[in-house]
Design a protein around this ligand. Sequence first.
Ligand code: TPP
Length: 575
Amino acid sequence: MIKTGAEIFIECLLKENVKVLFGIPGGQVLPIFDKIFDARDKIKFVLTRHEQGAGHMADGYARSTGDVGVCIATSGPGAANLTTALATANMDSIPVVAFTGQVVTTLIGNDAFQEADTTGITRPVTKHNFLVKDVKDLARTIREAFYIAKTGRPGPVLVDIPADIQRATTEFVWPEKVDIRSYKPVYSGHIGQIKKVADMINSAKQPLLYVGGGIVSSDASTELLKLAEKIHTPVTTTLMAIGCFPPDHPLNLYMPGMHGNYAANHAFQNCDLIIAIGARFDDRVTGKLSAFAPKAKIIHIDIDPTSISKNVMVDIPIVGDAKNVITELLKYVNKKNNKDWLKKISEWQKANPFSYKKDNKLRPQYIIDKISEITKGEAIVVTEVGQNQMWSAQFYKPKYPRHFLSSGGLGTMGYGFPAAIGAKIANPKKTVIDIAGDGSIQMNIQELATAVLNNINVKIVILNNNCLGMVRQWQEMFYKKRYSAVCLAKPNGCLASELSFKRSPLMIPDFVKLAEAYGAVGIRVTKKEDVENTLIKALKIEKTVVMDFLVEEEENVFPMVPAGAALDEIITSLA
Ligand SMILES: Cc1ncc(C[n+]2csc(CCOP(=O)(O)OP(=O)(O)O)c2C)c(N)n1
């Protein structure tokens, strides 16, 4: 049947089973928005207040489900506003498809009104992107965009559609199959390599499983548990993999790296074999590369061949899907008992578990501990970036994968709240909580309007320390407490002259009033004894709730491996 480009867009989204679309309209996407209006019973459109918010909502939708998240923006400023969200999804391998309007094909390159070189701008921050120049290519392009986003190592794909292509007509043909000559992800590992890896595991005395987001995207948690138990090997889960190994399992070593678990970091430095699965040896994990895991042979299992031996030279690579490779590997590994190694690890674990001072002060870690306890790890927790993120990673213990969402690779402040909205829309029956800093939350606070108007029952927990806490911590530890531009309430710092940080009496903004201005519920908590009741009460309210916890201002995240130091040069507290 003959259809316009805009109609083809809708047909393709329906074929791809898209249920929700996040975005903002504008001049160069009007033909598509006209058809979105017609399709409103089939595709829910969520009008956001900023395109960055739309991008992160699509990301939160994708991370919490494994399905592709979809967003749309107009040309020029709309497209430019999407870039941070695309870069965030790209760094964390999240399947998102973004559509943008573009000026008509005859004006491309003419500095037309609201023209930007969208494919140029987004090429480095997407897995792939397309500019559609002929309506006949539109359906195939959209089909390929979804295929590329969700296959292999997932990632964001952008499709730029000029306004005249949206209006042009052609026969709508849905390509049943996708065949891209230059893109053929490999899913099964090489059997010869798998057998070699099994031999190495069988003879290792002090092995360590180091797993990342690849376990989550390949849905391999069950297989991981079987492998870990069979080979009796501790598992350290990166920020991207939190929740993919049972939280109270004796083999769980939790997060490694800069603010990671002391025992996990010591395990890296003392193991004789690293079995890396779907992890990429990020510098926040490895610390100083030349001193990383000096005694270990390294096996790297990953679907993306380009990440093999990128940061760390590996001994045996296996390119393939984590679930498939682990399933095969299980046939060749022997049942092991590494009790001496595990004894050593439990000594490190006992010496320095994640902890904080248990006094009467309102400490941020206590709030997260309580969230973990009250929700029993069943809630989806989304974080912003900074101390709030690291404390959440340390103290929230999700029971399942896809229940801890955080911007790992890019470290995007402003990610959490919109991503939480996306996650809640995708999981209406789940409790969804954004744990935020008072800095980060202000980066996309406008999405309170989106949440309230759409009746999105998300909870925002602001760990309000009145400052850009993580930057303040670095200035305290590495810049002699010279607090430069970290106070969020006064232009020149909060009592910076005294070289200590005291909360400013100004509350700019007053988050409770701000929540109320948006029609949300606002609650302020100043005392430790009110934390539990407030959380319980807030979780029962079927509305968007903002909780403003006035926490200790100068609390630090420990342990900490200073940037550029080796993993065993870990600081556990300030003397
Ligand atoms: C978009 C963006 N800008 C700047 C930074 C650098 N940065 C990292 S953490 C941080 C402070 C975060 O402060 P806040 O949100 O209040 O959280 P806290 O560390 O106090 O928990 C800053 C500015 C960033 N990560 N992202």
